[in-house]
Design a binder for this molecule. Sequence first.
Ligand SMILES: Nc1ncnc2c1ncn2[C@@H]1O[C@H](COP(=O)(O)OP(=O)(O)O)[C@@H](O)[C@H]1O
Ligand SMILES: O=C(CO)[C@@H](O)[C@H](O)COP(=O)(O)O
Length: 507
Amino acid sequence: MFLGIDCGTQGTKVLLWDVENQQVLATSFHAHPLLNERPGQKEQHPTDWLNAMRAGVRDVMEKTAVGRDKILGIGVSAQQHGLVILDQNDRVIRPAKLWCDTESTAGLKRFLHDYQSMYGHRLSADIGIPVPVAFTLGKLLWVKQHESAHFARIDKVMLPHDYLNYFLTGNFRTEPGDASGTGYFDTRLKTWHTPVLALIDPTLHSKLPEVIASHQAQGFLRVEAAAYLGLSADIVVSSGGGDNMMSAIGTGNIAPGRVTMSLGTSGTLSTCQPEQIDCSGFEDINTFCSSTGAWLPLISTMNVTNSINTYRQLMDIDIKDFDNTLMASQPGAEGLFSFPWLNGARLPNLPGARGEISGMTMANFTKPHLLRSVVEGVTFNLCKGIEIFNARGLMFDSVTIIGGGANSRAWCGMIADITGLTVTRPAVPDAAALGAAIQAHWCFRNSASHAETVPLPPLLPEWLTSEQGETIAPDPAISERYRQIYQNYHAEVDKRKARYLDESPSE
Ligand SMILES: Nc1ncnc2c1ncn2[C@@H]1O[C@H](COP(=O)(O)OP(=O)(O)O)[C@@H](O)[C@H]1O
Ligand SMILES: O=C(CO)[C@@H](O)[C@H](O)COP(=O)(O)O
């Protein structure tokens, strides 16, 4: 049996995976708080992640009464891009700045310009991926500029999943999937990109983890971490990865032709590719590496359930009433539009954007219409990503929906109608935690094999590859209505873009 851990923005999920019977035996969730005092600031204390992981592991072990000797390995998935910095004594220097922190917008813009002046080409051309404010690079620059004493103390630079793995094993290693979201990793060669590091600080390269292949074990559970979690020492800890990389594994999205849509704090669309693809002219595509040895082009929005939760809390709509309230309004919410950029926007790439509601009348300004307008708003923004993938030649005829939002059947149905694609709701919506557990099995098998690399596909559960779960087909009449509403919405988005363009970090 294997444990899959997913440290998301809102909390940590832990899942116990029974390989033999191909089933999830138990899951748990523990929330972590967000530090959000200054505009653009989004930070978390890495110790909160450790506490949530500990509580989650103990929870699933207690719920199932599975003996600790049955656990063969652990896989860690975590929110991408966050910056964790440790000093020489392995103390966390300051809270982690997260993927959704936008304080570094101006500094990143300046740096991208300086890079081009210095080396004569754009950073994205050198590393094979454009660098938005979500990436780790901007956060590192921000610490250097605003907290020079903290920057001077840095001994190790990590991503959230690297930090959890370091705690578990004591090994300072990472893998290409998560590393490809830093902005200082060459996504074609799968190595750290020295010129960008040298421009920040000549010693920085020596403070980064060793890069291992995704099928390799990151290490073995050290004695102290085993006692902390209530597990046996020396079990395998897999290479792990970013949550989207792990979700790709957990939805069987490990070959071209499939697309996974995540409805978490962020919204993402990702699809596997056997080679790195050239996305020049398609700057919204984050051409990440996957955590399976391949690549994972991804498009992300900044606001999904964070904005919906804000609307819900304001209107006092409980999550159990979500579907009913949503369905009490019709497509288009009677002309009400929400631009849900409460934390700035990533698609379009406008970190300084502000949220807006338009089209209010005495008739439509009601709770159901307002809820529908924000759910439609986040969905219209995310579905723009499908258009962008298609324009780049990446086509799909169905979409697998995961993350917290996948629990809403009404919302998944809306997505089928908006995209015109068949939607699959997998049996396990916590796909990142499931993917982490499956990857742990893969790395376990490889750590035990001295022959050729054990391939990943045969280790996926049969029900994942056969797309078991609920499928929802689009309703042609509603899809037709949505086609016009979607166009009207994006015409309004286009009108708003000009306001924020100056602040956007482009090369
Ligand atoms: N039944 C549901 N209907 C609609 N939204 C839901 C439902 N269940 C959970 N969610 C949303 O999912 C969110 C959590 O999503 P999740 O993917 O776990 O986020 P993250 O990975 O960013 O931490 C919740 O805050 C909630 O808004
Ligand atoms: O920044 C990205 C992808 O590039 C986000 O998808 C983060 O990885 C956070 O994920 P969630 O917490 O929203 O699942």
